[in-house]
Design a protein around this ligand. Structure first.
Ligand SMILES: [Zn+2]
Length: 398
């Protein structure tokens, strides 16, 4: 048996044994979802659990209520970061589970499971320090739902001291798919989340009685003209979403209003197309206002890059998964949705890899952000194994 296979066999056996702990942590977190940057109870739970696991190098309050913990191996080597998001959503839970949230919010995206999985990896890694080259930094991040947490934690030094050499994260995958089995590690070398730009543009005209239309500047006409031009932009054969889902202005049929607001969203996995479309939409908004003799104020609501995957790191991850789970290995992910993930901000700083853990089947298999969403708890330990196994196998190679 090779060294790698021995590490894999030891981990696999231990991973199954700690499955109950991971499920218990997930249930405790599930019962107390917190929102955005306001996650003090989650922070306290993570710190307490890490201490119980024997982790001593813990920094709480990073960028608000984020937690960074360091596990040092007995051998010299690089630093791999494992990032878990830990915030909930303002959704009233309808699962009827005995540990369902009662506080009006819900872990409807499974970030409770992500946090529990990272704690499971911490347990496996503290037990295997003698095999670990370098160190593993665990980053528990609030406010993924809105692009605030990663930014705050990076600004507060989450990637420094020691400097992180590579980073990994996961998301649960609750959607049934014939090609996947429960617990599969789904991977792709393509960007795993999209570039997202959202804006709010307010057109300013001249308020007047409608009978003075010919002398006034009508912001509703400006907005409609701009939206028609934006909607006609090429969509790169479906490679870009460029939608204006909100147009809001005016009060009644005989009043020209002062303002009219439009909100738009641009999303793509194609960074160049995304950038060009964002620029073109900005030009259209300004040029339209100028042509009508009014003006426009454009506010950016979201500006998040795609999560770019580092190819050599991806190859190492795939090889580690093939060693760790010989029966399935890393399974190619075929279904990507055009969603954002602020892990992209970490990936923009250091080489990154990302995977999804297939957590179906589970009850009615409700999608992410649904009030009846749930995960298949019996496979969560495989996420911990993927994190810890990659840390041990990758660092051996570096
Ligand atoms: Zn999520």
């Amino acid at each position: 048996m090779s060294g790698d296979n021995r590490v894999a066999a030891v981990l696999l056996a231990r991973g199954k044994e700690i499955s109950g702990d991971i499920i218990a942590w997930r249930r405790a977190l599930h019962a107390m979802p917190e929102l955005r940057m306001d996650t003090p109870m989650t922070e306290a739970f993570i710190v307490k659990t890490l201490r119980e696991l024997g982790v001593t190098d813990i920094r709480a309050g990073v960028g608000g209520h984020g937690v960074v913990a360091l596990i040092k191996g007995d051998l010299p080597g690089p630093c791999l970061a494992i990032r878990a998001d830990c915030d909930g959503l303002p959704i009233k839970e309808e699962t009827g589970l005995p540990f369902a949230s009662q506080n009006g919010n819900m872990h409807a995206c499974g970030h409770d499971a992500h946090t529990a999985i990272a704690l499971g990896a911490a347990k496996l890694l503290t037990e295997n320090k003698s095999r670990l080259r370098g160190s593993v930094k665990l980053i528990f991040q609030p406010y993924e739902e809105g692009d605030g947490g990663a930014r705050a934690m990076i600004a507060d030094g989450a990637l420094d001291n020691p400097q992180v050499d590579a980073i990994i994260a996961l998301h649960n995958h609750p959607t049934e798919c014939a090609a996947y089995e429960a617990g599969d590690i789904l991977v792709t070398p393509e960007p795993t989340s999209a570039s997202i730009y959202a804006y709010e543009a307010t057109f300013y005209g001249t308020p007047a009685h409608v009978c003075l239309s010919n002398e006034s500047v009508n912001p509703v006409h400006m907005a409609c003209t701009a939206v028609a031009e934006i909607a006609a932009l090429p969509n790169g054969e479906g490679r870009i979403i460029n939608a204006v889902p909100v147009i809001n202005g005016g009060v009644r049929n005989n009043v020209i209003p002062e303002t009219c607001t439009v909100c738009g969203s641009i999303r793509s996995f194609d960074a160049a197309l995304h950038k060009a479309t964002v620029a073109r939409v900005g030009e259209i908004l300004l040029a339209t206002a100028e042509r009508f003799g009014g003006h426009v104020e454009v506010k950016t609501s979201i500006d998040l890059m795609a999560t770019e995957i580092d190819r050599p790191l991806y190859d190492s991850f795939l090889s580690a998964m093939n060693t760790l789970f010989p029966e399935r290995g890393g399974v190619e992910r075929r279904d990507r949705e055009i969603i954002g993930e602020d892990f992209a901000r970490f990936a923009a700083c250091v080489p990154a890899v990302y995977f999804m853990l297939h957590t179906a089947p589970c009850g009615g298999a409700y999608p992410l952000h649904h009030p009846k969403f749930d995960v298949n708890e019996s496979v969560l330990y495989r996420g911990s194994l993927a994190f810890a196994g990659f840390a041990l196998l990758w660092q051996e190679k570096e």
